[in-house]
Design a protein around this ligand. Sequence first.
Ligand code: CLF
Ligand code: SF4
Length: 413
Amino acid sequence: MEEKWTTEVREKTEKHPCYCDTAHKYARMHIPVAPKCNIQCNYCNRKYDCLNESRPGVTSEVLKPEEALEKYKAVKEKLENLMVVGIAGPGDALANFQETKKSIELIKKHDPNVTFCLSTNGLMLPEYADEIHHLGITHITVTINAIDPKIAAKIYSKICYKDKIYTGEEAGKLLIEKQLVGLKLMQEKGIVCKVNMVMIKGVNDHHIEKVVKKVRELGVYMSNIMPLIPAKGSKFEDMKLVSNGELNALRKKCSIDLKQMYHCRQCRADAIGILGEDVSLDFRKGACGHKMDQPTTQQEYTIAIASKTGRLIDQHFGHVKEFFIYKYSNDRVEFIEKRLVDQYCRGEEDCEDTETKIEKIMKVLGDCNLVLCLRIGNAPRKNLEANNIHIVEIYEEIEKGILKAVRELKAVS
Ligand code: CLF
Ligand code: SF4
């Protein structure tokens, strides 16, 4: 890293699992203390976490600063590799600055060595730049989807700045100005910045390279181009998807100008652990000793689970390469087998069309009564439902999720 960062900040960056791709053994913990937001992105459904970092359809609990400290103590006791405390929502970290500030002060008093990291839309970055610096925050992520107000106007429907609502290009212009001034101030203060960008087909995909060049001039450390995953209930709900091929081609192009992030896991606002192995459920309020109500009737179900690790239901239906198949019978849940989707479909590029793809998935899931996944698109949902397969979108441990889903299924049947 360059000289503009102190030795302490450089060392912290080397142990930050998001900023350093060889720091995967270190854990981060998000404290969900920031529920409000001051802008409206067209891809966001505010029922869920801020989409500027999180996967769609994810809902995190909200904590008070004092609760965040208690949770930090509990997590630190269990996870020796915990290095970073991040604030990434569920809304915007700086739209809830008093909660953000108090939480950091409390945790810092308890553990002065922790790395503090924030994620923001950047609207309030210039206003809070000094305080951010004094709080000892060393890493900031700003989501910048456009540097042209015309393009920004297509992405943001409104912003609220100092009690005034702005819309259209005026809103875009103001947001961009604050984001860019904010980045410059961060650089002057020796804070390491990452810029997130949501790649939206036909809206900003052709413009992202320009954004990358601009933020590089402002001393940004890396950029993280993420595909739009349309959130149900948002204005962009029916937007076309970006394929992995298109995403990686753009990242590759941009890597000439700036270091690119390839390992982002689009975390929850209450994510805990190393990237990709979320253990947040172990630390939720009332996580221990709570017995689920058991379903009562005796019926058998075959259930397909979308899971990255086999522990949680935590994967988007469209991203599954391998379904975990369970049987529910006589109030018992039993793992049966894994079924590869890959052998039928190797992803967007290899599938001729969506219909062929779904036909192939139906061969894998044809005998299932239930599919449990984090999120699912409209097309596969319609097809599965037409085949009498019930879908439940849920983030939960697999067994608990199955029991909840079976109860839901019994209630509707
Ligand atoms: Fe959290 Fe974000 Fe800090 Fe990391 S996440 S606030 S920079 S500590 Fe990391 Fe998660 Fe991707 Fe974010 S993998 S969503 S980039
Ligand atoms: Fe939603 Fe985040 Fe955009 Fe706010 S900044 S509208 S929470 S995606």
